[in-house]
Design a protein around this ligand. Structure first.
Ligand SMILES: Cc1cc2nc3c(=O)[nH]c(=O)nc-3n(C[C@H](O)[C@H](O)[C@H](O)COP(=O)(O)OP(=O)(O)OC[C@H]3O[C@@H](n4cnc5c(N)ncnc54)[C@H](O)[C@@H]3O)c2cc1C
Length: 354
């Protein structure tokens, strides 16, 4: 290792929403923070409407409010009320969310009757595009002095001498701590030997943008059928789940023929797909790390826990991890944390993830 290598207080792997929000939290506490992101380009059609829409829960919205980020995050919705464009919101009444697939609607929610909720200026639920959220968080992090390096995927690391040496894209970086915010297939988690346990998937989920010859055979909105579930937004935005045990996910290319076959199966129609513009798959695989810290390496967000996106929880959980971890790690690095403070990150956040 060269003598002149700059040592950051914290190196974060991954400039997703959790890595970026954590970087802001650490910088707020005065630490030097380097974020290494594998992707060159932060923009992707999958991070935009309709598939990049993410529901935010009350604790997340309040966290953004407290950090003065909420106005910027909500700005596009104020401009064009884009929350009404998400496919699952294409219904006569405004959906407020769902519990295990049982939907509830905003006109039946009276938050003043929630005994555990203190009155506050932040709203109780909203949706945001991933791309915009990451843009706002990256802009805030950069303005605060966080260094974000893109096109540098973390390949591995060694813990030694009161710090962590991180290898990324042929370069070497040194941090006093390394935080893995590198998503569900986290390299940091694997390289660190963290145990990851849970349940295997029951379905493959599809988010597809298609052209169809006879789209009128599908019913707009969310539909449960004896063979699966689909949501359809005109003219061709479809999300569907196929109970194949997760067999298809990431094992085969997503072709128009395959999408047509799954769509026919889950909708119980003979609809014809004539073109496929955008497609991705996901599952309800639910896994969680059994420890969130090993020495000076810590996991947060999807790197620490993954599960079905249908509950709209992963991002909210991860941002909660960041909020919990940031000030505790900062106090630990400064040397003024009481014994056990950092361990409370795991004891508090693991049950929530679980
Ligand atoms: C279809 C769908 C709908 C969803 N809807 C919701 C919702 O409504 N509400 C909700 O709360 N959650 C939702 N989620 C889950 C949510 O998107 C994730 O939980 C969230 O993105 C996790 O954030 P993260 O920062 O931990 O990981 P990610 O968003 O995966 O970001 C990880 C980052 O790390 C980078 N990276 C990967 N490997 C490396 C490496 N080796 N080195 C450096 N960088 C690396 C990646 O490029 C990426 O930028 C949904 C997910 C899907 C798939």
């Amino acid at each position: 290792m060269p003598d002149f290598l700059m040592i950051h207080d914290v190196v974060i792997a991954g400039a997703g929403p959790v890595g970026l929000f954590l970087a802001c939290e650490l910088r707020l506490a005065g630490l030097s923070v380097l974020v290494l992101e594998q992707a060159e380009d932060p923009y992707s059609p999958l991070k935009r409407l309709p598939f990049g829409m993410r529901g935010l829960s009350a604790p997340t919205i309040e966290a953004f409010y407290r950090r003065g980020l909420l106005d910027d995050i909500m700005a596009p919705q104020r401009e064009k009320n884009q929350s009404t464009s998400a496919h699952w919101m294409q219904q006569p009444r405004r959906p407020g969310g769902h519990f295990a697939g049982i939907q509830f609607f905003h006109d039946t929610i009276d938050t003043s009757t929630w005994p555990y909720r203190l009155p506050g200026p932040a709203c109780t639920s909203m949706a945001v595009e991933m791309e915009h959220l990451e843009f706002v968080l990256a802009a805030r992090a950069s303005a605060m002095g966080v260094e974000i390096r893109r096109g540098l995927g973390v390949d591995g690391f060694d813990q030694s001498g009161g710090g962590v040496t991180v290898r990324a894209g042929g370069e070497i970086f040194r941090g006093r701590w390394l935080i893995g915010c590198d998503g569900g297939r986290s390299t940091v988690r694997r390289a660190g030997g963290f145990e990851f346990v849970g349940t295997d998937p029951e379905f493959t989920g599809y988010s597809v943008q298609v052209e169809m010859a006879d789209a009128e055979k599908l019913v707009p909105g969310r539909r449960y059928t004896p063979t699966g579930m689909y949501t359809y937004q005109k003219p061709g935005t479809i999300a569907m789940v196929d109970f194949d045990g997760g067999a298809f996910h990431r094992t085969q290319p997503i072709t128009p023929e395959h999408v047509q076959s799954v769509l026919r199966h889950v909708s119980g129609t003979d609809v014809t797909v004539t073109g496929l513009e955008l497609a991705t798959t996901w599952t309800d695989r639910a896994y969680q790390a059994t420890a969130y810290r090993k020495g000076r390496v810590v996991l947060a967000g999807d790197a620490a826990h993954i599960h079905s996106p249908l509950g709209g929880q992963g991002l909210n959980l991860g941002l909660g991890d960041a909020m919990n971890l940031g000030w505790k790690l900062a106090a630990t690095i400064r040397g003024d944390a009481p014994d056990g403070l950092l361990d409370s990150y795991f004891s508090e956040r693991h049950p929530v993830g679980s």
